[in-house]
Design a binder for this molecule. Structure first.
Ligand SMILES: NC(=O)c1ccc[n+]([C@@H]2O[C@H](COP(=O)([O-])OP(=O)(O)OC[C@H]3O[C@@H](n4cnc5c(N)ncnc54)[C@H](O)[C@@H]3O)[C@@H](O)[C@H]2O)c1
Length: 478
């Protein structure tokens, strides 16, 4: 074993981890170093200590949840989870105590018991260490995802984390090593895998309707600049704007990649092998920073930062010779797109721009034919919970399908649809695209976080066998 690997493992064993010295400062760069790449290949050549793909953890009849991060997204999670039977929200945590108090009100409205409260910069540590929690549900800013996921698992809790799971290659490996060692799940909450069209196309791809998949295309194109990034009342402490000058590639790859990866059986029959990535210059963010600073000195610190280019395009090649194209742009003026395109030898599916489209020849099929496909190929999970999920809401229902499925799997001791290898591989596109961009779009290898197990891992389970026992409380009309 190399010295680096030994040192890395010792850090994990000591409960310290690579992040024990503190949360990365926004002043520093997260760029992947050559040493990190070398360390990663050492890991890859080692052996998997336990395969978490397909792992069924012991059943937890009542899942006791601690939610960390009660901002824009986390407050919605409190509400959604409170509809699910077999769940107790036992702990709420945010840096700011008033956000905890607000979330308590949501629980009260849902006729749920009061949760234990944690606040302050380090409140999450006590929450993870508290022994009355089964699942830590992490909805914090990105730099906190890995530290919280790690501490949760090390204390015997499962971790469910908002996208992404890790921002560096070291973090991704640390999550894999810790999940294998503790046999605790680390699921990334990639909600787009549970959207209705994405699940339809997953089932259709599985049934061979598109033939052999050749190309996938995904995107997150959403102009966040004025309303969110430069809005003092949106992201806490302006964390997301700061992130836009710390890394230069695709900062948000998993919404586009997750559904495609499941359709292409990535980590379960194929794997991502290498990528090339290219970004434009920044043509808007620094101008906006100057414009805002001219009106309000609060924004002075954001002027002349090394902003990431507006549009990033990344091309990934899989070991079986398929391509995945991903795009990311949150700062130019164009309509929202979460492109989901699958192109195979027999057919193609595309969502964004709408309407949803499928073709088996030169023309898109008619709406009535698409409706027939929905009738025939809607997977069991959507048939079971889809309508209730639409009532609860959360991006049209996909958020609730995801939450319900996670809880139902934990309660019934079923393997999760997304495991730590998916979390690590999908998140690794962030630092790897950054590295390629910084090196004039040179090819960068994508680590095999499964260490060879991708060859035999089973595809995502599309049945509800052994589960579907979790009921949902009546949803009052909103
Ligand atoms: N999957 C999706 O569709 C989706 C949508 C929106 C956001 N997200 C993700 O959700 C996460 C949160 O995003 P958001 O929009 O809610 O941001 P936000 O800034 O509104 O919320 C983050 C919360 O974390 C809290 N926080 C900061 N430091 C903390 C600490 N040390 N301890 C405890 N709490 C702390 C903040 O006070 C804030 O309330 C991000 O990872 C984001 O990418 C996902």
């Amino acid at each position: 074993m190399s010295t680096d690997r030994r040192k890395f493992l010792r850090n994990i064993t000591l409960g310290g981890g690579l992040l024990a010295t503190g949360i990365p400062s926004f002043a520093g760069s997260l760029a992947t170093t050559d040493e990190e790449v070398e360390r990663s290949s050492q890991f890859e050549s080692g052996k998997q200590s336990f395969n978490m793909c397909g792992y069924a953890a012991p059943k937890i009849p009542t899942v006791r949840i601690g939610i960390v991060g009660l901002g824009q997204r986390g407050s919605g999670a409190v509400e959604r989870l409170s509809y699910i039977d077999g769940v107790e929200i036992v702990a709420l945590c945010d840096k700011y105590a008033d956000r905890v108090a607000k979330a308590q009100k949501t629980l009260e409205k849902a006729k749920r018991a009061k949760a234990k409260e944690y606040s302050g910069e380090d409140g999450w540590k006590a929450l993870c260490e508290s022994n009355d929690i089964d699942l830590v549900y992490n909805v914090t800013p990105w730099h906190l995802h890995t530290p919280i996921n790690l501490l949760a698992m090390k204390n015997g809790r499962h971790a469910a984390t908002e996208v992404n799971a890790g921002l560096t290659i070291d973090q991704c490996w640390e999550l894999v090593e810790t999940s294998e060692k503790t046999k605790k799940h680390c699921m990334m909450l990639e909600n787009c895998c549970y959207d209705f069209f994405e699940l339809l196309t997953l089932n259709m791809a599985r049934q061979g309707l598109f033939g052999e998949l050749v190309q996938g295309e995904g995107a997150y194109i959403h102009d966040l600049s004025k309303d969110y990034l430069f809005n003092k009342n949106a992201y806490a402490d302006m964390w997301r704007l700061k992130q836009n000058y710390q890394l230069h590639g695709n900062l948000y790859p998993t919404h586009g990649l997750g559904p495609i990866a499941q359709c292409m059986n990535i980590n379960r029959g194929d794997k991502m092998d290498h990528l090339v990535s290219m970004s434009t210059n920044d043509f808007t963010l620094n101008n906006l920073a100057k414009e805002m600073a001219a009106k309000d000195s609060f924004f002075n610190e954001f002027v002349d930062k090394p902003y990431r280019g507006n549009m990033n395009t990344t091309m990934i090649r899989t070991s079986k010779g398929k391509n995945i194209m991903l795009q990311h742009d949150v700062s130019t003026l164009r309509p929202y797109s979460r492109l989901h395109l699958l192109s195979g030898t027999k057919g193609v599916a595309q969502k964004y721009p709408g309407p949803e489209k499928i073709a088996f020849g030169h023309s898109w099929i008619k709406k009535e034919e698409l409706d027939d496909l929905y009738k025939k190929y809607t997977p069991p999970i959507v048939k079971h919970i889809g309508e209730i999920a639409k009532e609860v809401g959360g991006h049209g229902g996909m958020d609730f399908i995801m939450d319900w499925r996670l809880i139902d799997c934990l309660r019934n001791g079923l393997a999760l649809d997304q495991d730590v290898y998916d979390a690590a591989a999908w998140s690794s596109i962030i630092p790897l695209s950054d590295r390629s961009v910084d090196k004039k779009s040179r090819t960068v290898d994508i680590p095999d976080f499964t260490r060879g197990a991708w060859k035999t891992n089973a595809p995502v389970n599309l049945t509800l066998d052994g589960g579907a026992t979790t009921t949902v409380r009546k949803v009052e009309k909103k």
